[in-house]
Design a protein around this ligand. Sequence first.
Ligand SMILES: Cc1ncc(COP(=O)(O)O)c(C=O)c1O
Length: 397
Amino acid sequence: MSTAPTDTRFDVDAVRARFAALRGGAAIFFDTPGGSQVPDEVRNAVTDALRDAAGNLGGTFPTSRRIAGIVEDAHDAAARFLGCDPDETLFGQNMTSLNFTLSRAFARAGLREGDEVVVMGSDHDASVSPWIEAAHDAGAVVRTVAVDERTFALDYDDLAAQIGERTRVVAFSIASNSAGNVVDAARVARLAHAVGALSWIDATHYAAHLPLDVRAIDADVLVCSPYKFCGPHLGLAYGRRSVLAAWRPYKVRPAPADPIGRRFETGTMPYEQLAGFTAAVAYWEAVDAPGAGHAHTRALGERFLAGLPAGVTLIGPPTSEDRVPTFLLRIDGHDAAETSEQLVRRGFNVTASEHFYCLGLRELIGGKAVRVGIFHYNTAAEVDALLAALRELAADV
Ligand SMILES: Cc1ncc(COP(=O)(O)O)c(C=O)c1O
């Protein structure tokens, strides 16, 4: 399949050559919001770690020392990726587990009866349910911010109205894994900080699309999942040092309390995945500088929007402004699950859902929709092939 260039600084063919899954050409991957493909260097780092560093920390023998090196490298890589210090990073099973862990550690000191947590109605439930549960335990209140019914854009006026003197946390996703909306994280953080609340960010979807800088957006806590951006199945979190220091961790006593982020990690870590994570960050540093991969993806998103055939309805933000190239769509008069199956039969990896775990969107979406997630390893030719398939399906009434 030939690949028309979308950004001359970004060599998508060279990037694709790094992925065994893409070299095979068996499928066209538009399902990155569910999980990305992994470059060979990440897979090799995982298998090398299993060969050279199986065991545990704490020994003076070479295998154990290698594991200690893997751990240090992973926190250094996390700090570069997030724009913070290594001791402010921690790893866990996935974003959801880390969010439950950290929200509990916060809540036992920082959430009292009558306190409030503000969440966004359209967000992935991993950004909502930890607060419903924490509020349930503490007798606190969860307030939900509205989104625009057509574009799903966050209603900043409603956000400002929901934040008050009892607000302790404002929890939000920077980018939506369903309709692709992007939120102005620094603006939300300013509103939270004005009342002394924490800015608690889910960057799981955003991290796959745009560079992160936790200092620039003034995040107090930020959680994401490396398997969405070419890493292994793993969760990653940032906590501002002064914020983490105020919490009592749920930890076993012999486990070290320092560096500070690691006191919130429990038990033996998946060292081979940490090695894979470090390789994933190195991959981004190699292919993405200076943001060319992201520019390529944005250009593909614009190409997709411009080429949408008649009979295909886009759900959510209508333009490429304030969004990442993750699209919900439906073919008029067609069942979305059936459309998804038809596309899968034609070799496109896509899925259909009523909510994609964003429960607040379920009523707004009004039934299943097909999700198309464009990523930096996609090509203009793949986008054109998808548009042609949609045109063919839309014509078949
Ligand atoms: C925006 C967003 N937040 C949170 C999550 C939960 O991530 P995990 O599966 O790593 O727990 C996802 C997963 O799809 C997501 O897309």
